[in-house]
Write a protein that binds this ligand. Structure first.
Ligand code: OGA
Ligand code: MN
Length: 297
């Protein structure tokens, strides 16, 4: 009786963010009605966890495409399938990466709070991560925080000040903090900096949130150092401990998050056990709307 509207159960995981979805089997077809409920829960809770989903890449792509068009994987180094990013602490032959391996850089970039593809002109709507090989002993949680709650809990004066600001997001900057990851310069250069409002309106819920990310290189009209400090300060505000949902992975978990209003990071990188997760990235619906859009909703 899976995948029926009566089998579907959605239960919050945390007071501010995240819900557990049960009664769904992603290896089987999903009706429009059930999918619509999942989508509504996604917009409401910002992070959804579905346990026990032993899917393959094709099934992951099929489910992800129901939300919108998918982004192509940005770098050839990580593109076994053009739409599925294989993120792992092992190389292609399944050997753990050495301490100096270039591919480690991607794990390090992910361990700073960020939102996926914020450096693109149209940032991602959703990321869908499937736990294909999960360590049984070493911790490898993914942590999530809501930028909507972060915004709502700011003093009104501060909110007003932030509403006029524009941030510059640049993958070359966040990658460059750790090295080049073996990514050819031509590929890094194919992702020039993008500008987005620091406060945005969610296109589906109409709710206002911060839009900060570890990819912010500077803030328009501010000295670089001050801009980075502001981005860091806002991230720290959104990710105060009681606001964070920390997801402890189990084999075959599927976790999806709303990049339009959440921050996430890999909480630690396992050193002895292999961890491999596959990510599909659902494209955003268009350029980001700043708070002036609110009045027209
Ligand atoms: C990602 C990411 C975190 C993790 O896939 O975008 O940031 O815990 N992953 O693997
Ligand atoms: Mn990420």
């Amino acid at each position: 009786m899976l995948n029926t509207i009566t089998s579907l159960i959605i239960k919050p995981l945390h007071p501010h963010i995240g819900a557990l979805v049960t009664g769904v089997d992603l290896t089987r077809p999903l009706s429009k009605v059930v999918f619509a409920q999942i989508r509504a829960a996604f917009n409401q809770f910002s992070v959804l966890v579905l346990r026990n989903q032993p899917i393959n890449d094709e099934q992951q792509v099929e489910f992800s495409r129901r939300f919108n068009v998918l982004e192509k994987v940005s770098f050839s180094i990580a593109a076994q399938n053009p739409y599925v990013y294989h993120l792992s602490n092992a190389d292609d032959r399944g050997h753990l990466l050495g301490p100096d391996a270039k591919k480690r850089v991607f794990l390090k970039v992910n361990s700073r709070w960020h939102t996926d593809s914020s450096f693109k002109p149209i940032p991602a709507m959703a990321s869908i991560l499937s736990g294909r090989k999960i360590p049984s002993h070493e911790p490898a949680n993914t942590e999530f925080a809501s930028m909507r709650v972060g915004y709502a809990s700011l003093p009104p004066k501060r909110r007003k000040m932030l509403r006029g600001l524009t941030a510059i997001h640049h993958y070359g900057y966040s990658l460059g903090l750790f090295g080049d990851g073996g990514v050819p310069l031509s590929e890094i250069n194919s992702l020039p900096p993008s500008q987005h409002p620091l406060v945005r309106v969610h296109p589906e819920t109409g709710e206002t949130s911060l839009f900060t990310s570890g990819h912010i290189e500077s803030i328009v009209g501010m000295p670089v150092k001050e801009g980075r400090e502001l981005a860091t300060e806002l991230i720290a505000w959104c990710t105060r401990q009681e606001y964070v949902y920390s997801h402890k992975w189990e084999q075959d978990d599927l976790v999806m998050w709303d990049n339009r209003c959440t921050l996430h990071r890999a909480a630690s990188i396992p050193e002895r056990e292999i961890r491999r997760v596959h990510r599909t990235t659902v494209m955003g619906e268009g350029p980001i709307e700043g708070p002036s859009y609110e009045t027209t909703l």
